[in-house]
Design a protein around this ligand. Structure first.
Ligand code: ADP
Length: 667
């Protein structure tokens, strides 16, 4: 689009002719420079050709005007002049012209220049347009970003409100549950008729079941909102499995089920991981297995794999139809409604197990057929941790003061074994043959563990083992076999013979240490009675403490008091933080147990106040009791200056453990 501004129509005619054959050039002519600017605005030329000397307005002035107007500022201007003096040219360029041609220019040159300037100008227009569009979408982006941000904030607020609601709910629900469970336990210890005992037992199991459901829902919401944190501490795998089995031992015994645990020898003693969450998975799977098995056995197997630890929980129960198996790990789903009616449950257990295994870097899956039992497998990451014990001194190990009976006919071997076990703090006795062994087992006190040479001359091992197991002292005696052959705990020979562990000869210090440790700590879940609630009645004698117990709920206060009584303590009580502070003014205490939510002055405030009033040596140790099982609670308690915390409902054993941790009486 070319616009020519010239007062002489003859020039216009010449230019028109020059451009006539060019189909891509559109020519316009304006004879009056006063109208040129307005025309340029409507025509939007890509090049303006301009005469310098015109009667109405001279060309230089017009160039300036065009350059002042933002709409024509960048339109290329080619001056057409009869003058060829450098001074005029400079003036034109200074005013803002882009090019200068002497009239009448050569046709080819004129067209070439028009094309050249047009290309440059159109390119610039396109760039500008692209920039503008870019700017616009950038602005749109900023806009939607702002909207997103505020939406996000709203979501975060909602999530926070939800978890706060959950935390409060859990406190609200756990507080009365604490009362129910605690009072039931107390009631069970009073004189009751058969019928009443039956009712109490029903209340207890219902309360426990309710608590399980509450905990499941809480856990599930925590996982859902990404607030569940997996910890990593060294722990003993075997102990973890054994504790889980112990929890279900009585249920299994009631149904006459065998509960067993087999760990491959290469499973490390200690691994890094979250022992609480692993226990939770195991308890869930084993309790399902026990629930859905009428006769036979439930077995937990642990092995070590490249990917980590592999657990398998298998049962001989009703099994699960193939086509229902993939549904199981979804939340709230059960195989069918009728099992729910028969066995109860929320259908959350396996969904939680799935999330937990994933959080621990593993997976969970299922094998089995309807009617043929189920095998639940799961893996977790588990890096082996260093053993906490020094295998030379055995310091801190479970072997201290344990009585070891050793049957070994070789003098030299006896001597070297003795050298190893004495520093571990074991009391060692020796016999050289089977007869000596059986005589010794008839005497008191019985040994805690037996180390038996497999190759005793003239002894039929199977027969000897049967004889040992027939004796009262030998029935449950952990047995470690010394053998020139390598045996694995899972070998059937070993299981048939009732051997707990085996060590190959000559025994290495570390393998002997491990085998003995496993043997003395091994729990036969089917035989060992539940001992979780047995409190140490002599604790107050071993560790006299002045204890102050604070809770606004009179029932919980009573429950706490009864637990402390059982350990021989006579605690003083307070109903809120203010009462705690005034009790402390009367006389010193060693331990203050504080419920965190109390009227007037809550536990946090009381803890802060105690910290500020007393010096580190003078102040009592503070143990918090919290109903909020939410993440961050521990931090909140510790921030407020508490030394430890126990969550509700208070487990007597946890209370005892906390007292042991903190109970160093002053002066
Ligand atoms: P719940 O907490 O209700 O037991 P789970 O998620 O633990 O929920 O289990 C869901 C369902 O899976 C159970 O109701 C049962 O139908 C089935 N199930 C789980 N474990 C077993 C098992 N070992 N044998 C047979 N069925 C099982």
């Amino acid at each position: 689009m070319v616009l020519l501004v010239d007062d002489q129509s003859i020039i216009a005619e010449a230019v028109r002719r020059s451009l006539a054959g060019e189909s891509d050039i559109n020519f316009h002519y304006c004879p009056n420079p006063l109208e040129a600017q307005a025309l340029a605005l409507t025509l939007r030329p890509t090049v303006i050709l301009l005469d310098l000397v015109m009667p109405e307005m001279d060309g230089i002035t017009l160039v300036r005007r065009l350059r002042e107007d933002p709409q024509t500022r960048n339109v290329p201007i080619i001056v057409l002049s009869i003058q060829d003096e450098p001074a005029t040219k400079s003036e034109a360029f200074a005013a803002g012209a882009d090019d200068y041609l002497v009239k009448l220019p050569n046709r080819v040159e004129l067209i070439a220049r028009i094309r050249y300037h047009t290309r440059g100008y159109v390119g610039q227009l396109q760039r500008d347009e692209a920039y503008r569009a870019l700017r616009e979408s950038q602005l749109e982006l900023v806009d939607s970003n702002t909207t997103l941000l505020s939406l996000n904030q709203k979501l975060e607020d909602a999530t926070k409100a939800k978890s706060e609601f959950l935390a409060n709910m859990s406190h609200e629900v756990r507080t009365p549950m604490n009362g129910v469970i605690g009072m039931t336990a107390m009631l069970a210890e009073t004189e009751l008729s058969h019928e009443q005992r039956d009712y109490v037992e029903t209340i207890r199991t219902s309360a426990e079941a309710l608590l399980t459901i509450i905990n499941d829902i809480l856990d599930f919401s925590k996982i859902e909102s990404g607030r569940l944190e997996i910890e990593s501490h060294p722990f003993e795998i075997r102990t973890c499995v054994e504790e889980s089995l112990e929890l279900l031992a009585s249920k299994a015994a009631e149904k006459g089920l065998d509960l067993a645990f087999v760990a491959e020898d290469d499973v490390p003693l200690m691994v890094y991981g979250d022992v609480t969450r692993l226990r939770q998975i195991l308890v869930n799977l084993v309790s399902n297995a026990v629930k859905f098995t009428a006769k036979g056995e439930v077995v937990v197997e642990v092995s070590n794999h490249a990917v980590g630890l592999h657990f398998c929980v298998r049962d001989t129960g009703i099994g699960i139809p193939q086509d229902k198996q993939d549904r199981l790990f979804k939340s709230f789903s059960q195989v069918d409604g009728s099992t729910t009616r028969q066995f109860g449950g929320t259908g959350l257990g396996l969904a939680i197990c799935k999330r937990l295994t994933e959080l621990m870097g593993g997976e969970i899956w299922l094998e089995g057929e309807e009617g043929k039992g189920s095998r639940f497998h799961f893996t977790i990451r588990g890096d082996a941790a260093d053993q906490p014990y020094d295998t030379v001194t055995g310091l801190g190990s479970a072997l201290r003061r344990k009585k070891l009976l050793m049957v070994e006919d070789h003098e030299s071997s006896r001597r070297s074994l003795r050298q190893m076990v004495i520093p571990w703090g074991m009391n060692v006795e020796f016999t050289v043959d089977a007869a000596g062994l059986l005589t010794r087992l008839d005497q008191t006190p019985p040994p805690d563990v037996l180390l038996l040479d497999r190759e005793l001359p003239g002894v039929e091992m199977e027969k000897l083992l049967a004889q040992i197991r027939a004796l009262p002292a030998g029935k449950n005696l952990p047995l470690v076999l010394l053998s020139t052959q390598r045996l694995r705990t899972s070998d059937t020979v070993m299981q048939e013979l009732g051997i707990t562990q085996s060590v190959s000869k000559p025994a290495r210090r570390s393998s002997l240490f491990e085998a003995l440790t496993r043997a003395v700590t091994s729990v036969d879940a089917t035989r060992k009675p539940l001992s979780r609630t047995d409190l140490d009645a002599t604790l107050a004698m071993q560790m006299p403490l002045r204890i102050l117990l604070a809770d606004d709920n009179p029932v919980n206060l009573k429950v706490g008091q009864s637990y402390l009584h059982k350990m021989g303590y006579r605690p003083e009580m307070a109903a809120n933080g203010r009462e705690v502070l005034s009790a402390l003014e009367q006389h010193p205490f060693d331990i203050v147990i504080l419920d965190v939510q109390m009227p007037e002055m809550d536990g946090f405030e009381a803890a802060r106040e105690i910290r500020s009033r007393y010096t580190e040596e003078k102040r009592p140790k503070i143990i918090a009791i919290t109903g909020n099982a939410m993440e961050g609670d521990r931090e909140k308690c510790l921030e407020a200056g508490m030394d430890d915390y126990i969550s509700k409902p208070v487990r007597p054993k946890e209370l005892e453990a906390a007292l042991r941790r903190w109970g160093k009486p002053k002066g």
